[in-house]
Design a binder for this molecule. Structure first.
Ligand code: CA
Length: 229
């Protein structure tokens, strides 16, 4: 498996690279955002490990540019301790998860593993029904293909997770906290509108197929099944 590590502090980069190499990862290192973007454009990586504090272009900008270029490689952001705003900004830029420095190496491995498994499309969950659908919308949880009226729709991993939550529980109301917990693994309320931003994006991408994502005032969101008022 190929991993791109974007970290300007040589000692930290060396530590992570050596540890991951020992776990069988092929690790490429970029020390600034421009180089990282060039490397990501030239090669396919399974995961990108992205430090936020970089000289010049920040990690958040790197992530946003990747997503703008439709690069959906899972991104794990590395943030300084306690920077809740940084973390939330990173998630809003399309990062899939974050890890606070200093971190435990086992924790890093576990997070990378989770991202890879999720990106692989829950392939080990054979018992789960793999085709979710409602109206003109269908979601194959193995191939991760989302189609609306037969048309393929490009979703980021987080957008897919939200859609999966809705389609697996049609009619059920999900609070923002519940969505944050289920999709971002956040147990605290970061006091942001990150969920609303993602729901808005999801609706736009799905077009008319996204209309059933309903805002329930004061409660959250739910996916209305066809025929329901
Ligand atoms: Ca740094």
């Amino acid at each position: 498996m190929n991993l791109l590590l974007v970290e300007d502090e040589t000692r930290v980069a060396d530590f992570i690279r050596r540890g991951l190499k020992a776990e069988g990862w092929v690790v490429s290192v970029a020390t600034d955002g421009e180089t990282a973007l060039a490397m990501a454009a030239a090669e396919t990586f399974d995961v990108i490990l992205l430090d936020i504090m970089l000289p010049g272009m920040s990690g958040q900008t790197v992530c946003r540019r990747l997503r703008m270029k439709k690069d959906l490689t899972p991104v794990l952001m590395l943030t300084a301790l306690g920077d809740v705003e940084d973390r939330v900004a990173g998630l809003r830029m399309g990062a899939d998860d974050y890890l606070v420095k200093p971190f435990d190496f086992d924790e890093l491995l576990a997070r990378i593993d989770a991202l890879v498994r999720r990106a692989a499309g829950f392939q080990d969950r054979e018992t789960e029904p793999h085709l979710l659908s409602s109206g003109s919308l269908s979601f194959d949880t193995r191939s991760l293909e989302v189609r609306c009226a037969g048309q393929l729709i490009d979703l980021t991993p987080k957008e897919r997770d939200i859609l999966k939550l809705f389609l697996s529980n049609p009619g059920k109301i999900f609070s923002r906290e519940r969505i944050l917990n289920s999709v971002w693994n956040l147990n605290e309320d970061p006091q942001t509108n990150v969920v609303d931003v993602y729901i808005g994006r999801l609706r736009r991408k799905l077009g008319p197929g996204g209309e059933p994502i309903e805002t329930v005032r004061g409660a959250g969101y739910r996916y209305r099944t066809r025929g329901e008022p």
